[in-house]
Design a protein around this ligand. Structure first.
Ligand code: SF4
Length: 61
């Protein structure tokens, strides 16, 4: 799987990076995806991050 972050929507709350640090990192107060594609071992937390993002800035591709 791949995940993408809409930088225009992300508020930099840090939730995704806290809960799934193998996939997301905060840089300059915006979340970034640091692995592409997401390794199988991190897919579960990446999918959870898609659901948990308070502004729906993360999408699965
Ligand atoms: S959870 Fe959503 S709003 Fe918060 S840092 Fe991650 S992508 Fe941005």
């Amino acid at each position: 799987m791949k995940v993408k972050i809409d930088a225009d929507v992300c508020t930099g709350c840090g939730l995704c990076a806290d809960n799934c640090p193998d996939v997301f990192v905060l840089e300059n107060d915006l979340a970034k995806v640091k692995v592409d594609p997401v390794p199988a071992s991190a897919e579960e937390c990446a999918r959870q991050a898609v659901q948990d993002c308070p502004v729906s800035a993360i999408s699965e591709e």
